[in-house]
Design a protein around this ligand. Structure first.
Ligand code: ADP
Ligand code: 5GP
Length: 190
């Protein structure tokens, strides 16, 4: 697809972007394909290599940075590198899909800078930082330490919200689903 577009959902961890991305991917008429990121962290729970992430060792990840294989990459948390491989976006465009990203705020804004007209960058806002912590605790996928590290970063991430094309508050999940769905639909039909 030469006219493939890019949909970015970014937010502090725990805001609900993965939930919203999954919802959008299930709407077949939107024709979205998930950009599988590379990550240097360990797989968590039932995560699968090549489906949720391409899990790489720190050394493999750094070699790919050197070889300029990333469209964008970020050390989101210490020694936890995440990035979008150039080949991944091309793979999805070649298969005729628009690309949807679940990435951190810095990476999301990088994508917007690289493809300003073809990208819709949405910031998913949690109702409060307190609520973020509650959701991460309930999700039970991180240790207390890791949760604190994620929550500590949330305030600086929240401050980037005005740089996005749209802000969707994820308080009532059904409302947030409807809102992102409308935004994406409008952008893809443009
Ligand atoms: P992220 O991808 O931003 O880290 P997730 O989509 O994993 O966030 O959501 C974090 C947790 O909060 C998950 O357990 C999810 O089921 C839950 N969640 C998502 N949206 C809401 C909401 N509106 N109200 C309450 N819980 C939610
Ligand atoms: P998690 O470890 O919870 O899967 O992800 C941690 C953070 O890294 C989340 O904010 C997630 O969106 C972000 N992330 C995932 N993939 C990428 C990527 O390819 N690039 C960037 N910059 N961030 C990513």
């Amino acid at each position: 697809m030469s006219q493939g577009k890019l949909i970015v959902l970014s937010a502090p961890s725990g805001s609900g972007k993965t939930t919203l991305v999954k919802y959008l991917l299930n709407q077949e008429e939107l024709n979205l394909g998930f950009s599988i990121s590379a990550a240097s962290r360990e797989p968590r729970g039932a995560e699968i290599h090549g489906k949720d992430y391409y899990f790489l060792s720190l050394r493999e990840f750094k070699n790919k940075i050197k070889a300029d294989e990333f469209l964008e990459w970020e050390e989101v948390y210490r020694d936890n590198f995440y990035g979008t491989l150039k080949t991944e976006v091309q793979r999805l465009w070649d298969s005729g899909k628009h690309v949807i990203f679940d990435i951190d705020v810095v990476g999301g804004l990088d994508i917007k800078r690289i493809y300003p007209d073809r990208t819709l960058a949405i910031f998913v806002k949690p109702p409060s930082i307190e609520e973020l912590k509650i959701r991460l605790k309930k999700r039970k996928t991180e240790s207390e330490d890791k949760i604190n590290m994620r929550v500590a970063k949330a305030s600086t991430e929240m401050a980037t919200a005005p740089q996005f094309d749209a802000i969707v508050t994820n308080d009532d999940l059904e409302k947030a689903k409807e809102e992102v769905s409308q935004l994406v639909r409008k952008f893809l039909l443009k």
